[in-house]
Design a protein around this ligand. Structure first.
Ligand SMILES: *Cc1c(COP(=O)(O)O)cnc(C)c1O
Length: 361
């Protein structure tokens, strides 16, 4: 039985590791095996599903290289590997980029490794495909919120479950600094989306804070929070913004996948070095890192302050100037995001690794 099981652990966050009282286990399953053996496999106090799976599987993996390291610390003594997540290329590429890839990289959909050829896509056509996706997103924003965003302003996207470790409000730690950027000739606008779990009060509070900042910045920095985040809305947002922001608290993001979706549409990521981004970030080539590789031992507040400072520095001095003043260089970053990251962080590569590293090992 153990020989037939492969187990993927999915998150370092405790809520993702179910534990059940043994009397509940017995009520539901009956006496499946002697209690002492069940305890040996699943833990003394309660049945820990992760521990049970670790003990009953012949191959175990995390969902990114960093997640392998973190999982080994959480469960000492277990040989844990990693197979980094990917997204389904055809599903997450918007229509205008599908058409562009179809013209220049025929066969890409069944063999997304071919997207490495994106380095030589004509830049003007990349920009046209991106502008089409942006126009579609702005139309939806207008329809849902009544707010007319600008087609020319640097548009930053942030969409994922609203929960505290994702720090959706980090970019608003110092709103004045963003307003100063706008005054210096770098217009900014933000598209947010994401629901909180019904019992996650911290997550709900994050949404309230962002809506409050939106009221405060008004027309100076338009910020929209879109409702009903789902797969269709996600596809519109990851393809329609100019920059994909992600600010998880290290090391809690096991992988993260929305930045991979953005890369399929030529949208570079701007993210803390956690989860997949440690593997996907080539500074200034596929996007930009926020903060140091290790958060260090500092308390949460100082880590937040340092990360925010680095975020503002790069946005002001590197990213906005590149977007507004060096469009040709910006387009090179867009092409590299596709060529280096969409070609690799996809489910074709991922399933292949499950076959060779896990199933057939
Ligand atoms: C991709 C996706 C997610 C996960 O995004 P992460 O970056 O991994 O947090 C969540 N919800 C929806 C609707 C998505 O499309």
């Amino acid at each position: 039985m153990r020989n037939q099981c492969v187990f993927t652990t999915h998150t370092p966050v405790p809520a993702g590791h179910d534990k059940f009282e043994y009397d509940l286990v017995e009520r539901v399953l009956g006496k499946v095996m002697p209690f002492e053996i069940l305890q040996m496999l699943g833990g003394q106090e309660r049945l820990n599903m992760t521990l049970l799976a670790l003990n009953l599987s012949r191959y175990v993996n995390g969902v990114a290289k960093r997640h392998e390291e973190v999982s080994r610390e959480m469960f000492p003594g277990y040989p844990i590997n990693h197979i980094t997540n990917g997204v389904h290329s055809w599903t997450w590429t918007c229509d205008s980029f599908k058409a562009l890839y179809g013209r220049y990289i025929p066969g890409w959909a069944n063999d997304p490794a071919m997207l490495r050829q994106a380095v030589s896509l004509p830049k003007d056509e990349v920009w046209v495909a991106h502008s089409e996706a942006k126009t579609r997103l702005l139309a939806l924003v207008k329809e849902q919120t009544g707010i007319a965003l600008s087609a020319d302003a640097l548009t930053i996207g942030f969409a994922r479950r609203a929960t505290q470790y994702k720090r959706a409000d980090l970019v608003f730690s110092d709103v004045q600094r963003l307003l100063d950027m706008v005054r210096r000739g770098y217009p900014l606008q933000f598209v947010f989306a994401g629901k909180a779990h019904p019992r996650d009060d911290g997550g709900k509070e994050l949404i309230r804070r962002i809506v409050a900042v939106a009221r405060q910045t008004g027309d100076q920095i338009p910020i929209v929070y879109l409702e009903n985040y789902d797969l269709d809305l996600a596809r519109l947002i990851v393809s329609g913004v100019d920059l994909w922001l992600n600010t998880p608290q290290r090391p809690l993001e096991a992988s993260g996948t929305s930045g991979m979706k953005a890369a399929h549409n030529g949208v570079p990521s701007f993210s803390t070095l956690d989860g997949w981004w440690i593997e996907g970030c080539l500074e200034g080539q596929t996007g930009w890192a926020i903060g140091a590789r290790e958060a260090g031992a500092a308390d949460a507040d100082s880590v937040n302050r340092r990360d925010a400072e680095d975020l503002y520095q790069k946005l002001e001095n590197v990213i906005a100037p590149l977007f507004y003043q060096q469009r040709q260089r910006w387009l090179e970053v867009m092409r590299q995001a596709i060529a280096l990251n969409a070609s690799y962080f996809n489910t074709h590569r991922m399933v292949q690794q499950y076959v060779t590293n896990a199933y057939l090992s």
